[in-house]
Design a protein around this ligand. Structure first.
Ligand code: GUN
Length: 310
């Protein structure tokens, strides 16, 4: 028996349709739509695609957007100055700096430089602190997407054991807070966790956010658990891809055409066999991250310009 797929792309379409309606209403009321600026530093192929997709998604729901690019060699002060200018520009509602930054640039000063009122990623400490205190704040997009996915598939959270593998500031930590707010019993695991399979097998809801392809195997998954795969890993070795997908997978043809396939943090075949619900990669959490970014852009614009709750 296979897991039921958690179709993030379908949930993302529903959220985007909701956002599009609200953007149109905002535009009619205020004369122009909210504007997002996405800053991309360097030319990492995955980040380049993500930013392109984010900007394209803005257009599809009627948001205005702009991509600002810097070479990987940009001095930190130049990047900070540009963020300062975007903060001061009244026409700019939301700012995001795509992560990870190239080597030589520090993430923390960059995140601190973004005006918390324009922080669509919810990564500024003023916003992560508000999240901890259960105050209205933009919620980081991927964790927000994971909660949406569970809710729209009516997977109960309250009282359930949730285990998150990965303690990043962008996914693991904020997701733990969101799940706690929903009355889950939450465990965060990481690279130093003793007996990882023993801990993850306790989970009713297992979230994999470590960035290692097919790391979560059958032994990590309690039969019937809801498994949410946050990982998006490019695998360019045909042998490895076949070992993850099975040698007859039609996706191996894509591998030959494009030179890589996207593999989540959960072993796709073993995950399907063991879980009750599983979010696929691609088509699971990825589209939801973008949908939640669009919603955050609308919300921060309303909050800053109209005093609405974020
Ligand atoms: N890199 C991977 N995910 C994200 C995200 O949600 N926001 C930003 N800024 N960078 C990312």
């Amino acid at each position: 028996m296979g897991a039921q797929l958690l179709d993030g792309a379908a949930v993302a379409r529903a959220i985007r349709a909701e956002v599009a309606g609200e953007v149109e209403e905002y535009r009619r009321r205020r004369g122009s739509a909210p504007k997002l600026v996405a800053v991309l530093v360097g030319d990492d192929p995955a980040s380049t695609v993500y930013v392109r997709n984010k900007v394209a998604a803005c257009g599809e729901v009627g948001l205005r957007s702009e991509e600002v690019r810097f070479p990987a060699t940009v001095p930190q002060e130049v990047l900070l100055d540009r963020i300062g200018a975007l903060n001061a520009d009244p026409d700019v509602d939301g700012i995001l700096v795509q992560l990870p930054l190239p080597k030589g640039l520090e993430r923390i000063p960059v995140l601190l430089a973004i005006d918390p009122q324009k922080d669509v990623d919810g990564l500024h400490p003023a916003n992560s602190g508000r999240l901890l205190m259960n105050l209205p704040a933009p919620v980081p997009c991927t964790p927000a997407g994971v909660i949406e996915l569970l809710d729209r598939y009516r997977i109960p959270i309250r009282g359930r054991r949730a285990v998150i593998v990965g303690r990043s500031e962008i996914v693991g930590k904020p997701l733990a807070v969101l799940l706690l707010q929903r009355d889950a019993t939450v465990t965060i695991c990481h690279s130093k966790t003793d007996d990882l399979p023993g801990v993850t097998r306790q989970a009713d809801i297992l979230v994999a956010a470590i960035g290692r392809p097919a790391f979560i195997r059958a032994e990590h998954i309690r039969p019937g658990a809801a498994v949410v795969d946050v990982g998006i890993n490019r695998v360019d070795d045909a042998g490895l891809a076949a070992s993850y997908l099975g040698k007859d997978s039609p996706r191996l043809r894509l591998m030959r055409e494009r030179g890589f396939v996207l593999i989540g943090d959960v072993h796709p075949v073993e995950g399907m066999a063991q879980a009750g619900h599983l979010s696929p990669v691609p088509g699971g959490v990825g589209p939801l991250t973008i949908a939640c970014l669009l919603r955050n852009t609308l919300r921060v614009a309303r909050a800053r310009r109209e005093g609405a709750a974020r």
